[in-house]
Design a binder for this molecule. Structure first.
Ligand code: ZN
Length: 136
């Protein structure tokens, strides 16, 4: 289980005594406030912090994750590296909307984004295949 350091916004193992990045005391890392912090980090002026928050929401299967991806892509629409990084969140969101977003990104003007979207779609298909095999 990973938590988000409330001081530097990087991920930290939940059982760490201190944040390995900035040294903050982990007693501040309360799960109850964690989701609030993630949602708040979405509007953080630092793009890396916003992207990290999106990726963590997705990894936690948070119901707000897809909306967070959409909003953050819109916010950084002119920054292909940020949009490409956000594509990765779609891998772990198991909805048709997530797949639709990845497919739509195949038409993006930036090759960086198109490549990231193609990789994401491959990974989604791969996951579906292995799920079928394990259940079948
Ligand atoms: Zn920290």
């Amino acid at each position: 289980m990973m938590v988000l350091c409330p001081s530097c916004w990087r991920t930290v193992a939940a059982d760490a005594a201190r944040c390995p990045h900035c040294g903050a005391d982990s007693r501040q890392f309360h799960e109850r406030a964690f989701r609030e912090k993630l949602l708040g980090a979405l509007s953080h002026p630092d793009r890396d912090t916003a992207v990290r928050a999106v990726l963590i929401l997705a990894a936690r299967r948070d119901p707000a994750a897809l909306r967070a991806v959409e909003d953050t892509i819109r916010r950084f629409a002119k920054e292909p590296l940020v949009v490409a990084a956000l594509m990765n969140a779609l891998c772990v969101i198991p909805t048709a909307d997530a797949r639709r977003m990845a497919r739509a990104a195949l038409e993006h003007p930036s090759v960086i984004v198109r490549r990231a979207a193609a990789r994401v779609l491959e990974e989604i298909e791969e996951r579906e295949r292995s799920r079928e095999q394990s259940s079948g």
